[in-house]
Design a protein around this ligand. Sequence first.
Ligand code: NAP
Length: 315
Amino acid sequence: MATAVVATAFGGPEVLSLVEVPVGQPGPDEVLIEVRAAGVNPVDYKIYAGVYGTDPSSLPMRLGYEASGVVRAVGEGAEGPGGPLHPGDEVIAYPVRGAYATDLVAPASSVLAKPAGLSFEQASGLMLTGVTAAHAIHATNVGVGDTVVVHGAAGGVGLMVVQLAVNARARVIGTANENNHDLLRRLGAEPVSYGEGLLDRIRALAPDGVDAAIDCVGTDEAMDTSLALVADRGRVATIAAFKRGTEAGVKVLGMGPGGDPGAELRAAARVDLLRLAEKGMLKVVVAATYPLSEVAAAHKALATGHTRGKIALVS
Ligand SMILES: NC(=O)c1ccc[n+]([C@@H]2O[C@H](COP(=O)([O-])OP(=O)(O)OC[C@H]3O[C@@H](n4cnc5c(N)ncnc54)[C@H](OP(=O)(O)O)[C@@H]3O)[C@@H](O)[C@H]2O)c1
């Protein structure tokens, strides 16, 4: 048996509970993983809050799309995107369903070797944010010599966008609360505070103009500022303002209404992210870890919208 988190109703974190669930042996092309950490993402609480619908047949609902852990058993023919898998391998599993659990059977196509330099907590937070960031960098064609503004630069996705853009040798201006400015500087970005006067502050930093903008927060301020700074709407992207972004004709990325899911690009990006992490060129900042039993507290913390980097659930 495994211990897993389920949402038993639609609502706030009070609908979450721990249950015992059977774990079978892995079938063909499947892998049984002993989960060490699960990455916590805003989608995890939005889904049981009813943001994407309230179909009662989806209850009770398992949660969590990414995990790290140790392979315990391998089904026939199971090979991951990075090669064959063996019992004892330390791995990342993404995308999966039900990552908030002590044990998990995952499709082998979602299981990749964990970079040795990442802890399990860090590894559990690499992929969902990383592939989203890779999609945003690709969609806005950010490269050598570009100046790019990243809104919400200190969040899970924002920190990944910052690092990928710096690796691409772009100049990165990132909006964040002042207490995150040192972190952004250490990662190679120029921080700027969001709020009244943002546009003027960015123009003062980049008098020669801004080539691209990536919104990782979804506020009107982020969209207004991006549109005022970047003439080419094909080089403005949002991962959070689906309605506004569609109306404005910018790149809207992800599974929301009118968004480009970018499924193939995101799947392929996983191996690139692993290589960067292995070389120490991509860090995962973990703000806090919580035991599985404190999942409600973890979701309350993330829902403040002001955590720095990732939250991990450890089992
Ligand atoms: N479309 C997709 O494929 C996709 C994928 C992943 C996530 N998302 C969505 O993208 C959003 C961000 O995800 P995440 O995982 O990065 O969330 P997160 O880790 O909670 O990060 C949110 C960040 O936003 C910053 N922030 C809060 N208010 C702000 C403001 N007014 N202006 C600028 N920054 C502000 C916060 O930093 P400070 O502390 O500095 O304020 C915080 O670090 C969520 O809505 C999520 O659901 C979409």
